[in-house]
Design a protein around this ligand. Structure first.
Ligand code: PMP
Length: 299
């Protein structure tokens, strides 16, 4: 446990930078009991934080959807991130911001409760190995479904929604897969446990309409890249049969960036894919704008 903690070095918590061991919260925090917290996962490449404004805007929107407010301005949070990165001498880093409800009361209601924020930055080990990027990962189809937008605040990056992601990912790992493909409450293809999905069908990209799951910032970046590169792209409700017509499939997310899918298996069928020209083109364009100072997009 102590080794795990030490990788975070220092934590910014409510305006102070403290050693990770001293960043403590109460067991009676509302967030711990009722999942009243929202968070962001952000990446820094060569000392530049990628899409920082978009992430901080989403953090504010996520909190608002849960009925509370981020207690610090975007400028304060930006300053905190860059101070931590400098203090820890990180050039390439994963940044986690969490905003949560505190201890004013331990009833289900969190109205007028104290709200807190913390930031941890570390050099996150890659989730996947080289072979996963060349051959693609293996997905099973999750039993859990993405809920309807009137069942849960599905546009919020709220910790509570990750219960379904965690259950699906654990189910996948236990069955020997890398991740799970999640369908939505209507049976349409939604996303993976913590990333969005794209299909390549006859040289065009298709991605599900994010009307009941997170509209990822990497997803939006890929859509913008496709437009700039002249690759046809459509957002659509995709039934599982769309996999029959797909030649390539890949996932997108801050942590995994662009990750090809090689196989999808479930009670509904089995499909194989090979990362091809479009996946490679998008991968290279994404690497360009993050790592090689490419100027395809504004960041
Ligand atoms: N869906 C879920 C459930 C996620 O957790 C993530 C990761 N934040 C994504 C999609 C992809 O979002 P982004 O590209 O903004 O990281």
């Amino acid at each position: 446990m102590s080794d795990q903690l030490s990788q975070y070095n220092n934590i910014w918590i409510d305006g102070e930078i403290v050693p990770s061991y001293d960043a403590k919260i109460s067991i009676m925090s509302h967030a711990l009991h009722y999942a009243s917290s929202v968070f962001e996962g952000i990446r820094a490449y060569d000392s530049h934080v990628f899409k920082l404004n978009q992430h901080l805007n989403r953090l504010e929107a996520s909190a608002q959807l849960l009925g509370f407010t981020v207690p610090y301005t975007k400028d304060i949070l930006k300053q905190a991130i860059y101070s931590l990165m400098e203090a820890q001498q990180h050039k390439e880093a994963y940044i986690r911001i969490i905003v949560w409800c505190g201890i004013d009361k331990i009833t289900v209601s969190h109205s007028n409760i104290d709200v807190h924020a913390a930031i941890a930055i570390w050099e996150r080990a890659p989730n996947y190995q080289e072979k996963h990027f060349t051959e693609g990962i293996r997905l099973c189809i999750a039993d859990w479904k993405r809920p309807a937008p009137d069942t849960a605040p599905t546009q919020s990056k709220a910790a509570g929604l990750y219960m379904i992601s965690s259950l699906s990912k654990v189910q996948a790992e236990k069955s020997g897969y890398d991740d799970a493909l999640m369908l939505d409450y209507r049976g349409y293809i939604a996303e993976a446990s913590s990333s969005n999905i794209f299909l390549v069908i006859d040289n065009a990209l298709y991605t599900p309409i994010p009307d009941c799951f997170l509209n990822g910032i990497t997803r939006l970046t890929v859509i913008e890249l496709a437009h700039k590169l002249g690759i046809p792209i459509a957002e659509a409700h995709l039934s599982i049969d769309a996999l029959d017509r797909a030649q390539e499939v890949f996932l997108t997310g801050t942590a995994i960036e662009i990750l090809p899918v090689g196989r999808i298996e479930g009670a509904q069928g089995k499909w194989s894919f090979k990362p091809g020209l479009i996946t490679h083109t998008i991968c290279n364009a994404f690497a360009d704008i993050t790592r090689n100072n490419g100027n395809l997009l504004s960041s």
